[in-house]
Design a protein. Structure first.
Length: 735
């Protein structure tokens, strides 16, 4: 529990000193009245007994001044950042509102304070601090880049102040955040001094013995190490100058944190670490000669000192995936000590120090995300005095294409901008997505169409009655969710199809109606369905009553289609070709037999099923009736040979309005959907009815007979031509 306090004499003195120091450093950037208002506000806080020390017992006003000094001295920020830091405590304690700040100090200061406030809200959600996503979310929450810089400075200051605190658990938590969160951010920004300080202090608090062990070892060896570096590089410098190369050499001791990481990685004591210090030879050379000059330096150095071939690292020929290029060698120097040397150019060194962002600057390309590019822009502005002043007006637009949200447990998930609650549901699990009916976003109930925003805490709500729908594909943003919805729809359609088929078959069986596939397909189309899956869906969900389907099926089966003539289409099962059906009674299709005789009763022979337009002849039967055969009837030669005296001439007369039954034999490749393709063509023809279809398949081929009712021979030829155009059909012939 934080306790009230009074300023100590030392704290008052230090606060006054920092106040005067800051006034000198940022005085030129202050506006009229700034200093007076801030001084008056600080005085009220100090005398108003409204301050509370934090868990470490630290004075918040003094901490603010210390942090403000770091952002001015180490980073180069000015008026707006300093005012925001000094007013931050009052805003968090609700002693000032954002409107108060905006009115007294302007929009820029209020914007920084709003960003700092949102970061505090983010912390209250208690995410996993090691998460790379959390670093990115923190950055996306910062409405102004100065928010991030202030946070880094604040953490550096806090780490400096908690050295002797008795609250070791809180110290460890702060130190872990410094190592996992703030040090990487400082590195990305090029604030290497602050980055190293954060890492070293973290190690100091988290692994006290290791830190002081390395520190003592470094102190013991500093003089000899500096002397050795000079001894080692002097002859190299001479040889490189003689070779006409332009260069400079860096020799610096690694940070304690870096040395400790080496010791852990190599599992060796302090004395076993080769590179306690780094020797870096940096060449000033044009791009086209970079590799040549680097290998020239390699040749010179290895002529002077024996190399260790096992320690050669060639990232010149094949750079690392992050763009890092350098040539690392380890040589045996004076006193039989191994020394690591890094050989690179000025361009390579900048890429190594600044990462991919610097690589973009040289290559002229932009990355997939704006993070490193944005951070590089900050550093470039920091490196110039003009940039520091311009930074006060610079606002960031970071990760505009991404949002980060929390699960109820505090896990952090990343989605593209525009993603919805349904995207998140499917991200968690397919079953949760398919059952999603909405969510509680920040404790407010919303639909699954609600778009996500960074920082939202989302709890998915489900229902066992929910099922995925086709329109959900328009709701989700991510390809992952779309793929899962499509898969769920297919599974649902398959289940609905099976259920609907079983229901239809059961109903047909109960009513003792035989189910014919071709008539069913015709019925489905007549009911207005373009796809069978859509038809089955309506049957499954009850939108279409099965009894309605059966009524329509029977109507079509019994030949209630609009057709001319009195020869109506019937199902193949019900159809019996008897004499009465095939007589031409009272219609326009008449036969002229023998010597222009009309009105004579006749029957169409079943062996060849002649139709209007066929070349035909008559055959007088024993009973005295006449049967009409096609001239190409299989029985015609035998009839003419044995019973030529019974053969009479016959020809068609009239308009060809009646329908006749013919059978087509079709052979083709057994492709999926071939039957549908055949029946579709027949169903589109007016005055044409499919009576039956019989298909057999084997060895990749199908053979089948189609029986249709058709008007005349001309229509039959047109139908055959169209059937032959179907992909996979090899042969169509009349039998």
């Amino acid at each position: 529990m934080n306790e009230r306090f009074e300023f100590t004499t030392e704290e008052r003195a230090e606060t006054l000193r920092l106040y005067n120091e800051l006034k000198v450093r940022v005085g030129e950037s202050l506006l009229d009245g700034d200093e007076q208002k801030v001084r008056q506000h600080i005085a009220q806080l100090m005398d108003g007994s409204v301050l509370h020390r934090d868990v470490f017992g630290l004075n918040p006003i003094l901490l603010g001044f210390q942090t403000a000094f770091i952002v001015v001295d180490e980073i180069g920020l000015r008026r707006d950042a300093v005012l925001a830091i000094l007013l931050h405590y009052s805003v968090e304690q609700q002693l000032l509102t954002f409107d108060d700040v905006r009115r007294e100090y302007g929009d820029s200061v209020a914007l920084i304070l709003h960003g700092l406030h949102r970061i505090q809200e983010l912390y209250r959600k208690n995410p996993v601090i090691e998460s790379e996503n959390f670093r990115n979310l923190l950055l996306s929450f910062a409405e102004d880049m100065r928010v991030i810089l202030i946070m880094i400075a604040d953490r550096v200051n806090l780490m400096r102040q908690i050295r002797d605190t008795p609250h070791k658990d809180a110290q460890a938590e702060v130190s872990q955040e410094a190592a996992y969160l703030y040090a990487p951010l400082a590195h990305k920004l090029g604030l290497y001094k602050l980055k190293s300080e954060l890492e070293d202090l973290s190690l100091k608090y988290l692994e006290h013995d290791a830190y002081y062990h390395i520190k003592e070892k470094l102190s013991e060896t500093k003089q000899s190490r500096d002397r050795y570096i000079t001894q080692f590089i002097t002859p190299i410098e001479q040889r490189l100058r003689e070779a006409g190369l332009t260069f400079h050499i860096k020799g610096r001791t690694k940070s304690i944190h870096s040395i400790w990481q080496k010791m852990k990685k190599q599992k060796c004591p302090f004395e076993g670490v080769y590179d306690l210090f780094a020797i870096r030879i940096i060449l000033d050379t044009p791009p086209e000669k970079e590799k040549m000059h680097c290998w020239q330096v390699y040749s010179i150095v290895t002529d002077m000192y024996q190399p260790n071939p096992k320690r050669l690292r060639d990232w010149l020929s094949v750079p690392k995936s992050n763009g890092y290029e350098s040539l690392h060698i380890t040589v045996l120097g004076p006193e039989q000590k191994w020394v690591e040397i890094q050989i690179r150019t000025e361009r390579m060194d900048e890429v190594a120090e600044r990462g991919v962002a610097a690589h973009w600057r040289y290559k002229g390309v932009k990355g997939e995300s704006g993070l490193d590019e944005w951070l590089t822009g900050i550093r470039q502005m920091l490196e110039t005095s003009d940039g520091r002043e311009a930074m006060d007006q610079f606002k960031m637009d970071l990760y505009e294409d991404e949002v980060y949200v929390f699960t109820p447990r505090g896990d952090l998930l990343k989605f593209p901008k525009g993603a919805t609650v349904l995207d998140m549901a499917y991200h968690i699990h397919s079953k949760i997505g398919s059952a999603c009916v909405g969510a509680r976003v920040n404790n407010k109930v919303v639909t699954f169409r609600q778009q996500l925003h960074s920082g939202d805490q989302v709890e998915i709500m489900t229902s066992s009655q929910q099922k995925p729908k086709q329109e959900w594909l328009q709701v989700v943003k991510t390809s992952r969710a779309k793929a899962k919805i499509r898969l769920a729809l297919k599974e649902t359609q398959a289940k609905e199809g099976l259920f609907a088929k079983e229901m239809i078959e059961r109903k047909f069986k109960n009513r003792k109606i035989d189910l014919d596939e071709s008539v069913m397909m015709h019925t489905i189309r007549r009911l207005g369905f373009k796809t069978t899956s859509d038809f089955y869906k309506h049957i499954a969900d009850g939108t279409l009553d099965v009894n309605t389907l059966i009524d329509k099926y029977l109507e079509l089966q019994q030949g209630s289609l609009p057709a001319t003539g009195d020869n109506q289409a019937r199902s193949a099962e019900e159809f019996v070709l008897d004499d009465q059906q095939l007589k031409t009674q009272q219609n326009d299709d008449v036969l002229v037999i023998d010597r222009n005789l009309k009105g004579i009763d006749y029957q169409l022979a079943r062996c060849c099923n002649p139709i209007y337009g066929d070349s035909v002849f008559g055959f007088v039967t024993v009973s005295g009736g006449i049967k009409i055969h096609r001239t190409d009837c299989p029985n015609a030669p035998e009839l003419r040979r044995r019973f030529g005296y019974r053969v009479v001439k016959a020809r068609w007369s009239g308009k060809g309005a009646s329908q006749y039954s013919i059978t087509l034999r079709i052979i083709g490749q057994d492709d999926i959907g071939i039957v549908n393709n055949l029946t579709n063509i027949i169903s589109k023809e007016e005055r044409l009815v499919l009576r039956s279809i019989n298909i057999d398949s084997s060895d990749g081929l199908f053979r089948g007979n189609l029986e249709v009712m058709i008007n005349d021979q001309a229509r039959l030829e047109a139908l055959i031509k169209r059937l032959r155009t179907i992909k996979g059909v090899i042969q169509v012939e009349r039998i």
